[in-house]
Design a protein. Structure first.
Length: 315
């Protein structure tokens, strides 16, 4: 726009100068000179304006560049600060984690120490208890040995007493046999002989007594002597100790009614003195309930004959 204006102004000025030169040469020359001067001034002014505008634009650009640089620097500084803060936070977090791990390790170490102490105490207590148990076991073993020795002594004394009693019993039995033979020889009448055949007799030390033969079926029909049912309700009564045979090498043999046994098998140590305790009927005369291993025998102690028998009576 400025160049077109200048071109138009220069064209008009040239026309004006041509007209003036034709009309008035001197005036035209003065006017042309003034016109040229004014045009130069205008051009100078325009150039000055352009230069000012360029300077302003340059200054604006410089300011924009400076502002951009400042903004970039600020952003860089912010980023640096942020990165520093992040690094600081990370370092703080790492330090916190390290501290937490150290505290946890310290706690674990303290717990391990306490657990080790507790375990050591428990082991010591267990060792003490084991030592006490061992000492108690030794004491119990010594007591058991002493008891066993006492039992052996008692058994030995019992055997000696039993042998003495057997000897006395054999002697008395021999006397009774001799006296019985003498008494039987003195009996001569038939009535006495018939009674002897029908009945049996026993001597109580003062006189002879007659008694009927044992009926091994009648008492089993009586509910009072139901020993089998009574045994189911009172098992402990029928559980006795070990049976010791009178002979060392003797073994169990199943005895039947009518069998005769030796005197040692129905000695006083084998008698059942309280038959009603086992729901057995009371016996009279020369009969005695005798234990034979786990069986019960009713024996005529004068003749040694087995009158009645119950197998597997004891447990």
């Amino acid at each position: 726009m400025t160049l077109t204006k200048l071109m138009k102004g220069s064209a008009l000025s040239a026309l004006a100068i041509a007209m003036a030169s034709t009309a008035l040469p001197a005036q035209a020359e003065a006017a042309a000179a003034s016109e040229q001067q004014s045009q130069r001034e205008r051009e100078d002014r325009q150039y000055q304006r352009r230069s000012d505008r360029r300077g302003e634009r340059r200054s604006e650009r410089r300011q924009e560049r400076r502002s951009e640089r400042r903004q970039e620097q600020r952003s860089e500084r912010r980023q640096e600060r942020r990165s520093e803060r992040r690094e600081e936070r990370r370092s703080d977090r790492r330090q916190e984690r390290r501290d937490a791990v150290r505290e946890i390790r310290r706690d674990y170490r303290a717990e391990d120490r306490t657990e080790r102490r507790v375990d050591r105490r428990a082991e010591r207590r267990a060792d003490d208890r084991r030592a006490d148990r061992r000492a108690e076991r030794r004491i119990e073993e010594r007591r058991a040995e002493r008891r066993a020795d006492r039992r052996a002594e008692r058994r030995y004394e019992e055997r000696r007493a039993y042998r003495r009693a057997e000897r006395r019993y054999e002697e008395r039995r021999a006397d009774r046999r001799a006296e019985r033979r003498w008494r039987e020889r003195s009996v001569r009448d038939r009535a006495a002989r018939s009674t002897l055949e029908r009945r049996s007799r026993y001597w109580d030390g003062r006189r002879w007594h007659n008694y009927d033969r044992w009926d091994r079926y009648r008492w089993r029909d009586n509910h009072r002597y139901d020993w089998y049912r009574y045994r189911h309700a009172h098992r402990s009564i029928f559980r006795l100790g070990r049976y010791y045979a009178p002979y060392r090498d003797y073994r169990y043999r199943r005895l039947e009614i009518g069998f005769r046994i030796g005197s040692l098998f129905f000695g006083s140590r084998y008698w059942i003195n309280d038959p009603w305790r086992y729901r057995l009927p009371e016996v009279y005369g020369p009969y005695r309930w005798v234990r034979y291993y786990d069986d019960v025998l009713l024996v005529d102690i004068y003749s040694g004959e087995v009158v009645d028998v119950i197998y597997d009576f004891f447990w």
